[in-house]
Design a protein around this ligand. Structure first.
Ligand SMILES: Nc1ncnc2c1ncn2[C@@H]1O[C@H](COP(=O)(O)OP(=O)(O)O)[C@@H](O)[C@H]1O
Ligand SMILES: [Mg+2]
Ligand SMILES: [Zn+2]
Length: 339
């Protein structure tokens, strides 16, 4: 599954917390019961001691079998008495047992070495939370995407209006998310800043994460500077490194390609990331403000042809929605002041 190592670590520590919590709850139940019935405490203590006595019997070389049978008989009688005390107070039968959040794996996260479904859910939730935290658009989903921001008048040199084009883009992205599979195509989102590229890619991410896919969303400048810092080496792909999870995830979203400061390292790193995904035929969504010509100028032509050759190009058009929203906000402010 394609999650970064930190996500697994967070999930493990969450499970540990759950296990501790059920221990604490059990401790509380004990206190309540003991307060009401000192005899219950006595019984539990005695039962705990029996295991020590059994071990001693073995060590002393006494008639072990007879001794153990005796102990077992005593234990059963004590357990029965304890059960009666518990039910006498109207407590449930399992009152002195650990109550786990997930009964299947007892909050261990796996069953016989296979990942439990609670762990899968947890991983999904954590990566979803992280996605929202690391992106500025925590509310980017398909519902909050409005077509009202796109003009119905065609721009010069174009036969379709931004509204018509974006209507198509929106429908396309929704369908992409709905029908996503490992065989889905890679997409290249192209267009000027503020047209909704990040918004729609996050909307796709959100929907896929909810359905249990491993999605990584990263901005290219952030990722590349991190990789340069960590000195990620792609030749050692067995390492659980940044490079590994970038190749492993079901969908990689590489946002804002072209805004990073480019060096020999970043160009090579980018080529490796994209190339690995192409080889594994895993889908990637790349968004960029640059045109094909600008991309070719900034990167090796090889990379660009690799990008264009395997991806569906999705062209965004319209006016900067960030600016439109700002203007609307200012307008409502001045209106408020006038009133
Ligand atoms: N169609 C839309 N409806 C509502 N808000 C939008 C829409 N498109 C973009 N926005 C908002 O405008 C801002 C800029 O959009 P963004 O997706 O970051 O643009 P881009 O990535 O193309 O530069 C964000 O706050 C985003 O949520
Ligand atoms: Mg963006
Ligand atoms: Zn479980």
């Amino acid at each position: 599954m394609g999650y970064p190592p930190e996500v697994y670590e967070l999930a493990e520590s969450e499970l540990e917390k759950r296990r501790m919590l059920s221990e604490q709850e059990l401790e509380k139940c004990r206190e309540i019961l003991y307060a009401r019935s000192p005899r219950a405490e006595e019984i539990e203590r005695t039962i705990a001691k029996t295991s020590v006595r059994a071990a001693k019997a073995v060590l002393n070389g006494a008639d072990v079998k007879a001794e153990l049978t005796e102990l077992k008989k005593n234990n059963l009688a004590l357990k029965k008495e304890l059960d009666e005390i518990i039910s006498g107070f109207g407590f449930p039968k399992d009152y002195l047992e650990l109550r786990h959040k997930c009964g299947d794996c007892k909050d261990r996260g796996d069953i016989d070495g296979k990942m439990c479904s609670c762990m899968k859910t947890l991983l999904r939730q954590i990566s979803y939370d992280r996605l929202n935290r690391s992106s500025p658009l925590s509310l980017s989903d398909f519902d909050s995407f409005s077509l009202d921001y796109y003009s119905k008048t065609s721009e010069s040199g174009s036969s379709v209006s931004p509204y018509t084009r974006m209507n198509g883009v929106y429908a396309y992205c929704k369908k992409y998310a709905r029908t996503f599979s490992s065989e889905s195509k890679s997409l290249l989102f192209q267009g000027a800043p503020g047209l909704g590229k990040t918004h729609l890619s996050l909307a796709i991410a959100r929907e896929l994460i909810e359905r249990g896919f491993g999605v990584i969303y990263v901005s290219a400048p952030e990722l590349l500077s991190r990789m340069a810092r960590e000195n990620v080496d792609f030749n050692y792909s067995e390492n659980i490194s940044t490079g590994q999870y970038l190749s492993d995830c079901d969908l990689l979203i590489l946002d804002d390609l072209g805004t990073e400061y480019s060096t020999k390292f970043t160009v090579a790193a980018l080529y490796n990331i994209i190339n690995n995904r192409v080889i594994l035929s895993k889908p990637t969504i790349i968004s960029t403000n640059l045109s094909v010509k600008e991309l070719e100028e900034k990167y090796d032509k090889r990379i660009v042809s690799r990008i264009i050759g395997t991806m569906d190009r999705v062209l965004f058009s319209g006016a900067d929605i960030r600016q439109i929203k700002k203007k609307l906000k200012n307008q409502s402010k001045t209106n408020d002041q006038k009133e």
